[in-house]
Design a protein around this ligand. Structure first.
Ligand code: ATP
Ligand code: MG
Length: 459
């Protein structure tokens, strides 16, 4: 189930200062100060814009960011963490997935539609959380109706008013039992509506959702789900009924409106692999399509109106963060108009030994924390000495230098290799406490590292 965030937490992150945003990112991504600062400033600026008088606000264009840096240094990671942090609708798309209109593949406008879809979910979850208590109450009443023996119809009601309060007293007693969990073992029969989307997907074509929309109109039974009688335990019934009541209380049209507004005011689109569509010259082959994609991107980045099933969306104030390694191509290989749409350029630094040491140890869920926790589930206590960590970092830097620099991703392959034996043997070990020191690291990795050919394959 999706996490329901209370409204308050959504607004509190909305007012984070750039310094706080950077600090929050620091908990997960090591270094890369410039990139963190840039995204923090961009986010703050859009909050500032929203406080301006309307005419002025309209004229303030978002300062889109271009992140440049080698592979595996944290470009995507920064974006991903940012997404979790801000409750702005956010999607990451690979620029290389798009093709020119009319070609096979998705058209660029689909990213705006996806973003709206996401925002709808976000808003719906928030609103559902808001009506949760009310929905719960209504669900409780319905459940009590189901649990109580049917009361005699009004006509048969005994005249004596001594008995008139009897059913309601039974009801209250039942309610108490329900709340105390004393009915948890009881089984009730409820009508549930299956809202699951059908299990087929239309892959090609740009207007997937339009097709979906039409099908939905044509075959309502298929999409709205049939009601089905199910016998379930009381707690499950209460949850199902609560969800149903909540859905009734949340006004779908209002959700669509709010979602569109949110995308327009605070949406973020992360365009990954932008360097893959750079390149202008070339008269044939994929180049034509690349330049075409850039041209298609232009209006969206510049500000256009996209038709979605939740309404027209203006992209003028959507923030775009583009990222690419730019090994082969350079930002100047992008068509000039597009270059101009990304005025903020930040370079991410290549990572070396010292950064690797920090990446292994500092982030909340660093690799070392991850492996230690994984093995702890089998009762194995894994301890890394300081010099072991330094040694792993050193070796990773060496392999990156000698073969190919894949940045922090190298640490993943190194760690996997390093803990190969431990991972395999863990369930059968007598000695449940293992210390990884520099000597262990060397024993497991040094020969592989020394042999370039070998390390190309296994590390
Ligand atoms: N500075 C960093 N701090 C902590 N972890 C990092 C850092 N850089 C990279 N990583 C880790 O390395 C992996 C790859 O990073 P990421 O996906 O951000 O690379 P990228 O810069 O987007 O590369 P590419 O250009 O190939 O897309 C991730 O698991 C990430 O957690
Ligand atoms: Mg990436």
């Amino acid at each position: 189930m999706a996490i329901l965030l209370p409204e308050s937490s959504a607004s509190s992150t909305a007012s984070m200062t750039p310094r706080e945003i950077v600090a929050a990112l620091d908990r997960h991504v090591v270094g890369q100060r410039a990139a963190k600062r840039a995204v923090a400033i961009a986010l703050r600026n859009r909050q500032r814009r929203q406080k301006l008088p309307a005419e002025l606000a309209d004229d303030v264009a978002p300062k889109n960011i271009l992140m440049i840096g080698p592979t595996g240094v944290g470009k995507t990671e920064i974006a991903r963490r940012l997404a979790k942090l801000t409750h702005s609708p956010f999607i990451k798309v690979e620029a290389s997935k798009f093709t020119e209109v009319g070609y096979v593949g998705r058209d660029v406008e689909s990213m705006v539609r996806d973003l709206v879809e996401l925002a709808v979910q976000l808003v719906r979850e928030e609103r559902t959380a808001d009506v949760r208590d009310k929905a719960r109450e209504a669900a409780e009443e319905r459940l009590l109706d189901l649990l109580l023996p049917p009361t005699p119809p009004a006509g048969f009601a005994p005249a004596a008013d001594t008995n008139a309060t009897e059913p309601s007293r039974t009801r209250e007693r039942l309610r108490e039992q329900l709340r105390d969990g004393r009915l948890d073992q009881r089984i009730v029969e409820i009508d549930t509506r299956e809202t699951s989307t059908p299990s087929f997907e239309i892959v090609s074509g740009s207007s997937v959702e339009e097709i979906g929309l039409n099908l939905r109109d044509m075959l309502p039974g298929m999409f709205q789900g049939k009601t089905r009688k199910r016998k379930v335990p009381v707690p499950e019934a209460l949850d199902a009924l609560t969800a149903e009541e909540a859905a009734k209380l949340v006004d779908a049209e209002g959700v669509s409106k709010a979602a569109v507004a949110r995308v327009e005011q605070s949406g973020i689109i992360f365009l990954d692999e932008i360097d893959k569509i750079a390149g202008r010259e070339g008269g044939h082959g994929p180049d034509i399509s690349r330049e075409g994609v850039q041209r298609d991107l232009l209006p969206i980045v510049e500000g256009t109106t996209v038709n979605t099933k939740h309404g027209m969306v203006k992209t003028d104030h959507v923030l775009f963060v583009a990222a690419g390694a730019f090994h082969v191509s350079k930002p100047s290989d992008l068509i000039p108009e597009l270059q101009g749409r990304f005025p903020i350029r930040v370079e991410l630094e290549a990572l070396g030994r010292d950064e690797f040491v920090r990446i292994l140890t500092e982030p909340r869920s660093s690799l070392i924390t991850q492996y230690t926790a994984l093995l702890a589930t089998e009762g194995v206590t894994l301890t890394f000495t300081g010099d072991a960590v330094t040694r792993i970092a050193e070796l990773a830097a060496i392999v990156n230098e000698r073969t190919e620099n894949i940045g922090a991703r190298r640490l993943h392959t190194m760690m996997e290799r390093l803990l190969d034996d431990v991972s395999f043997d863990a369930p059968d070990l007598d000695q449940k406490s293992i210390t990884i020191d520099a000597a262990y690291v060397d024993r497991m990795l040094a020969t592989i590292v020394k042999n370039d050919d070998l390390s190309r394959y296994v590390l």
